[in-house]
Design a protein around this ligand. Structure first.
Ligand code: LMR
Length: 337
């Protein structure tokens, strides 16, 4: 895989793949591909990035956004970046964990008790290192964008790990998430986000985990009316681009885009928090929905089921990174250690 990726970036450098051709009169076109609805934190982040970039670089840059997998799903988008079919994307961490196992920290259950802890970690030296860290050669991380804490939806009440047994659980492709649901006797079913609605509607899956805004954007709660507020992990994103494209930008344009991205990333964090609050209310107010808040004893059962995963994945993540995440979680945080 590494050799294949190495060849791809070599091809990109030698043959100009990945660099949008532009004459002096043409704007540089940035095709930004993502998988969720426009009215979600990531969808709004992409729109803000477009508006700001085009306003500050008039006539020089145009950003075309392709939401809802209109171009590529998250499993395809890394290659699409390398081949120059798009210039930017923002997959969830789960989908990048095959390239950098340390990113498994973001999927591991019970590491971050809330979004504040997650952000403290991202801003820590260990978090910054992950952003600059190993991705397929030729791909570079530009920024972190937030969504929110994960909760579960299901066709029946899931209060304890025993309740999950036998349920077909849609997961994002991720070894951590696969292990998580296999450990409780569920049947993990990896699937692109674009398939989620049909899979729920057609009864292909019995349960799934996601954020409030992703659930509300697809009305999942109407078909999965049991919503368990487990808040066991965080779904966030890495905004990525290709080295060939980014390095090929005129330096002043790259600098302006970097500034815009930093501003937008801070705003996405606020938008994510507001959406989580608002969409939680909307989901729970939907007719027929049962909200399940696990009791202390039920939470302890989830921790018993999933905390052993910390030892299992510590070597992949790195002891120092895990320790930095625990430190960022603060006194209330370290549910497993
Ligand atoms: C999912 O696949 O459920 C999420 O990662 C989608 C997204 O980008 O928020």
């Amino acid at each position: 895989m590494r050799i294949a990726m190495g060849c791809l970036i070599l091809a990109a450098i030698c043959f100009g793949i990945g660099v949008a051709p532009a004459t002096a009169a043409d704007p540089i076109v940035i095709r930004f591909s993502h998988v969720v609805a426009e009215d979600t934190p990531k969808g709004i982040g992409a729109q803000l990035f477009k508006e700001r970039a085009e306003a500050r670089l008039p006539g020089q840059v145009r950003v075309d956004i392709y939401p809802e997998e209109r171009k590529f799903n998250d499993s395809e988008v890394v290659l699409a970046l390398l081949f120059g079919d798009v210039e930017m994307a923002a997959p969830s961490f789960a989908k990048l964990t095959t390239f950098n196992k340390a990113l498994r920290i973001f999927d591991l259950p019970f590491v971050f008790p809330d979004m504040a802890a997650f952000r403290r970690f991202q801003e820590s030296p260990a978090g910054r290192e992950l952003l600059a860290g190993k991705l397929p050669s030729g791909i570079r991380g530009l920024a972190y964008w937030d969504n929110g804490m994960r909760v579960m939806t299901a066709t029946r009440a899931v209060r304890t790990p025993a309740d999950a047994e036998g349920l077909v659980f849609r997961i994002e492709p991720s070894l951590v998430l696969h292990t998580q649901y296999a450990r409780v006797g569920a049947i993990p079913q990896p699937m692109p986000f674009g398939r989620l609605f049909n899979a729920v509607r057609d009864g292909i899956i019995d349960a799934q985990e996601n954020t409030w805004s992703n659930i509300a954007s697809k009305n999942i709660q109407r078909m999965h009316p049991f919503v368990t507020e487990l808040d066991h992990s965080v779904l966030g994103y890495m905004v990525i681009t290709s080295d060939a494209f980014w390095a090929g930008l005129p330096p002043e344009i790259r600098a302006t885009l970097t500034t815009v991205l930093a501003e937008v990333s801070a705003e996405v964090a606020d938008i994510a928090d507001n959406y989580a609050r608002r969409e939680r209310e909307e989901v729970l107010a939907t007719e027929g929905v049962t909200a399940i808040e696990p009791t202390a004893a039920e939470m302890a059962a989830w921790r018993d089921a999933w905390c052993p995963m910390w030892d299992e994945f510590e070597a992949d993540i790195g002891a120092a990174t895990l320790a930095a995440a625990v430190a960022a979680a603060g006194p209330a945080g370290s549910a497993c250690r």
